[in-house]
Design a protein around this ligand. Structure first.
Ligand SMILES: NC(=O)c1ccc[n+]([C@@H]2O[C@H](COP(=O)([O-])OP(=O)(O)OC[C@H]3O[C@@H](n4cnc5c(N)ncnc54)[C@H](OP(=O)(O)O)[C@@H]3O)[C@@H](O)[C@H]2O)c1
Length: 299
C-alpha cells in the first residue's frame, strides 16, 4: 500500500500518482497551527467564492489566498467585500477581486461570470457559500420568505455553477458547496433552511455524477453551528419563535448537540481547501459534516 504522505522510499511512486512530473521534487508538506498545506499548490488557480465577504466564505477565501490562489469574492455589499479584500491583502496575500451584486438574481450571477471571464478567462475552483435562509416559526413565515431562502442559497448556487461549469470543465476543477447540517437534521424552527439544504445536497450529489464525466470534482460541506454573523441572526430568530432568550437558545444548541465548542469559520475553510487539493482527488460527490460530532445518527 502506498504511504499516505511522501516518504524517502515512496516519493517517486507518489509523485506519479499525484500527477507531479517525474523526477521533480514534490512540493513539501507544511504543517502548522492552521493545518497541513502544500505551499504553491494553488498558485495560478482562480478561485471564486460566493459569500466571500463574511463568515465561512471569507475564511475560505483567506486560506486559498494564503495558498497562492487568485481570488474573486462575490457578495451583495460592496463595503463588506472591500473590507474582506483589504484584510486578505494585509495578511500578505494578493488582493482579491470583488464583484458586488444580489446573487438572488440571474443578472448578478451573469455579471459575476462575465467579470471572471473578462479578467481571468478561467475558473479552477468554485465555492458556493452565499446563503441567508432565515429561521422562525413555520406558521408565521410567508411564501416570500420561502422564495427568498431558495433564491440565494439554492438557485444562486445552481445558476452560478451552471454558468461556470464550462470553465471548471476546461480546468478539470472543483466545486465545494457549503450547505449545512440541517439537510440531515431538519427542524420546525428552521424549515426553510432545512429544505433548502436538503435540495442543495441532492443537487450536489447529482452534479457530482456529471462531474465524473466532465472531470470536475464536486463535494459538499455540512457545517454545524459555526460562529459567524449569521449565527447571531439565526439565534435571535429562533429565540423569538420559541419565546426564549438568545442565551437560552445558545445553551439549548450546545447541550442538545453535546459539542464542547462551536466551530469557527476556519474549521470549514480547512476542509474546503483540502477537498480541492490533489490529495483529495478520489473524494467525489460526498457531503462531510464539520460540526464537532453534533449531528446524531449514522449519516
Ligand atoms: N454559520 C453557521 O452556523 C452555518 C451552519 C450551517 C450552514 N451554514 C451555511 O454556510 C453558508 C455561509 O454562512 P455564514 O455563516 O458564513 O454566513 P454569513 O457570515 O452571514 O455570510 C453570508 C455571506 O453571504 C452573502 N450574501 C448574503 N445575501 C446575499 C445576496 N443577496 N447576494 C450575494 N451575497 C449575499 C453575504 O454577503 P454580504 O456581506 O453582502 O451580506 C456574506 O458574504 C450559508 O449558506 C449558511 O447557510 C452556516
Amino acid at each position: 500500500m502506498a504511504p499516505r504522505f511522501p516518504t524517502k522510499e515512496g516519493a517517486g511512486r507518489l509523485d506519479v500518482e499525484l500527477g507531479w512530473s517525474a523526477g521533480a521534487a514534490p512540493p513539501a508538506l507544511q504543517i502548522d497551527a492552521e493545518g497541513i498545506s502544500m505551499p504553491g499548490e494553488f498558485a495560478g488557480k482562480v478561485v471564486v467564492v460566493t459569500g466571500g465577504s463574511r463568515g465561512i466564505g471569507r475564511a475560505t477565501a483567506q486560506l486559498f489566498a494564503r495558498e497562492g490562489a487568485s481570488l474573486v469574492l462575490a457578495a451583495s455589499s460592496e463595503a463588506n467585500l472591500a473590507t474582506a479584500a483589504t484584510a486578505i491583502a494585509e495578511s500578505g496575500a494578493a488582493k482579491p477581486m470583488t464583484c458586488a451584486g444580489d446573487l438572488r438574481t440571474l443578472e448578478a450571477c451573469r455579471a459575476l461570470h462575465a467579470t471572471v471571464s473578462e479578467h481571468h478567462g478561467r475558473c479552477d475552483i468554485l465555492v458556493n457559500s452565499a446563503g441567508a435562509t432565515r429561521a422562525g416559526s413555520f406558521l408565521e413565515l410567508p411564501d416570500e420568505t420561502w422564495t427568498d431562502g431558495f433564491a440565494l442559497k439554492f438557485f444562486g448556487a445552481v445558476r452560478i455553477t451552471r454558468l461556470f461549469w464550462p470553465m471548471l470543465k476546461a480546468a478539470q476543477g472543483h466545486v465545494v458547496n457549503v450547505i449545512g447540517g440541517a439537510a440531515r437534521t431538519p427542524e420546525p424552527e428552521f424549515l426553510i433552511g432545512s429544505s433548502v439544504n436538503g435540495a442543495f445536497a441532492t443537487f450536489n450529489k447529482g452534479l457530482s455524477q456529471l462531474g465524473k464525466r466532465d472531470g470536475v470534482n464536486v463535494n459538499a460541506i455540512h457545517p454545524g453551528t459555526t460562529e459567524t454573523d449569521r449565527t447571531k441572526v439565526l439565534w435571535a430568530q429562533r429565540a423569538q419563535a420559541l419565546g426564549k432568550t438568545v442565551e437560552e437558545i445558545r445553551e439549548q444548541i450546545m447541550s442538545r448537540s453535546g459539542v464542547r465548542s462551536i466551530s469557527q469559520p476556519e474549521d470549514i475553510a480547512a476542509l474546503a481547501v483540502f477537498l480541492c487539493s490533489q490529495r483529495a482527488r478520489q473524494i467525489q460527490g460526498v457531503a462531510i459534516a464539520v460540526d464537532g460530532g453534533g449531528t446524531p445518527g449514522v449519516y
